[in-house]
Design a protein around this ligand. Structure first.
Ligand code: SAH
Ligand code: SF4
Ligand code: F3S
Length: 440
């Protein structure tokens, strides 16, 4: 019987993509995917450290594996990703963990597994990238969804926002050569993938030789079989008119931009070292909406950053009022090791952080509902990804990334269907396929 793997992934899409590559490597070694850790011969926990919450969740998941390991002593437990990158010693202390590696060397998973067989416990957390990393795109990702795939085009980050651990867990920013990106996209298209998400911590700063992100979007759009291209995350300082024009001019590039403002207060933006002002952010959004009027905008926000006053928070609310978002991810500030902000007093009380979080979420929810309601009666192209978690309806996304619950059967999965929107909530739309409707 084939051996089985189970990978638990915390964190961002970059981590999800790293897990898909690890799963791809394990598949090449003959492993199959297990549905539960209990069925697996190897369990990998791919961790995130961006805030205390995912960090703690990873620790409790790892802790819970101890019982399983007791029952199944041959089980191999591995911990990967951003947590060991920051504190491998703590992970090494778990006696039931056999392998610890980081974000730079997951490509070496097969060799690391060999070493565990020979040496027992193996810890290999590198502090900077290894030459093999250049070859990462040549690993065929294991695709959870056969129609949609992530392609990491940039790794690391140089910006050192004062609150953020990512530059410490992922190292310096580096872009993947465009020929490797194209080769990976072609291979995915050959496997039936229709939608590509280009990933980078600040993907709009993508730069390799003469090629920038706009050039890369044109190149990827020429790959036959690819119907949709998304890219994330864009940094407000890097988002250019050239990129906005690429969204407008390339029909395959989705009119959706994730452009995190983090705060609307210049005082806080400066303390965060974000590299732009409130006015510059608003101007970027104005430029984007002028060039791509139908664009959907989403963003990340941090509330309760050290020293954030009620007035600073009101500035964030007013930035949101001015820009109008389709979706927002709001986080309570969480001090992280190594970061500069961890030396500032974390002086906004927990209740205040929580109240601001809810207030901002409510405002964005209201905006999203208004925008979504305007879609009722319109016909949208929806790429059907599969069934909704309840299994009663199909699930897909519009060109601008809105989730849609669609009536219909499994014959529609994997195709782009014209859907008439019948209802809207702040978080998703509902609709019926147009063809099915005309048949009735
Ligand atoms: N590179 C991206 C996002 C990386 S982390 C960017 O610059 O926009 C994803 C989000 O987590 C960030 O946008 C931020 O909103 C949030 N985040 C990062 N560090 C945080 C911290 N210490 N506390 C709370 N939220 C944080
Ligand atoms: Fe973190 Fe800032 Fe880099 Fe984004 S740009 S990953 S928030 S340091
Ligand atoms: Fe988390 Fe690492 Fe991504 S800290 S957000 S998994 S880069």
């Amino acid at each position: 019987m084939a051996k089985k793997f189970y990978i638990k992934t915390f964190g961002c899409q970059m981590n999800v993509n790293d897990s898909e590559k690890m799963a791809g490597l394990l598949k090449e070694l003959g492993y199959e995917k297990a549905e539960e850790p209990e069925e697996a011969d190897i369990v990998i926990v791919n961790t995130c450290s961006v805030r205390a919450k995912p960090d703690n969740k990873a620790y409790s998941f790892i802790g819970n594996l101890k019982k399983l390991k007791r029952r199944k002593p041959d089980l191999l437990v591995a911990v990967a990703g951003c947590v060991p990158q920051k504190e491998k010693e703590q992970i090494m202390r778990f006696s039931h963990v056999d392998l610890v590696f980081g974000t730079f060397n997951f490509v070496k998973l097969p060799q690391l597994l060999e070493r565990v067989k020979e040496e027992g416990k193996v810890v290999e957390v590198l502090s900077s990238r290894i030459p093999e990393e250049e070859k990462i795109p040549l690993i065929d990702s294991y695709l959870e969804n056969p129609y949609i795939a992530y392609v990491t085009v940039q790794r690391g980050c140089n910006r050192f926002c004062t609150y953020c651990i990512v530059p410490f867990t992922r190292g310096r920013e580096r872009s993947v050569p465009p020929e490797l990106v194209l080769e990976e996209v072609k291979r995915l298209a050959d496997r039936g993938v229709k939608e590509i998400h280009l990933l980078g911590q600040n993907v709009d700063f993508y730069s390799y030789g003469e090629t920038n992100l706009a050039d890369l979007l044109y190149m990827v759009s020429e790959v036959p079989g690819i119907e949709r291209i998304r890219f994330t995350t864009s940094h407000p300082a890097g988002f250019s008119e050239e990129i906005a024009k690429a969204i407008r001019n390339i029909p395959k590039v989705c009119p959706y931009v994730h452009l995190p403002p983090q705060s609307g207060s210049n005082r806080i933006l400066e303390k965060m070292n974000r590299g732009y002002t409130r006015e510059e952010y608003i101007e970027k959004v104005r430029m984007l909406k002028e060039i791509v009027p139908e664009v959907a905008l989403s963003g990340d926000f941090i509330v309760g950053f050290p020293g954030e006053t009620e007035r600073d928070f009101e500035e964030t609310l007013s930035l949101v009022e001015e820009c109008v978002f389709d979706q927002g991810f709001v986080f309570e500030y969480s001090p992280r090791p190594f970061t500069k902000a961890a030396t500032f007093p974390d002086n906004v009380p927990k209740e205040v952080k929580n109240r601001r979080l809810k207030e901002l979420q409510e405002l964005i929810k209201k905006q999203a509902l208004e925008k979504n309601k305007q879609r009722i009666g319109k016909v949208e192209k929806v790429l059907i990804e599969g069934f909704s978690p309840k299994g009663t309806e199909l699930y897909g996304r519009t060109l601008d990334n809105k989730p849609v619950a669609v009536e219909g059967g499994d014959e529609l999965i994997g195709s782009t269907v014209k859907v008439k929107i019948t209802d809207a909530t702040p978080f998703f739309l509902k609709g019926k396929p147009v063809t099915a409707e005309t048949k009735n």
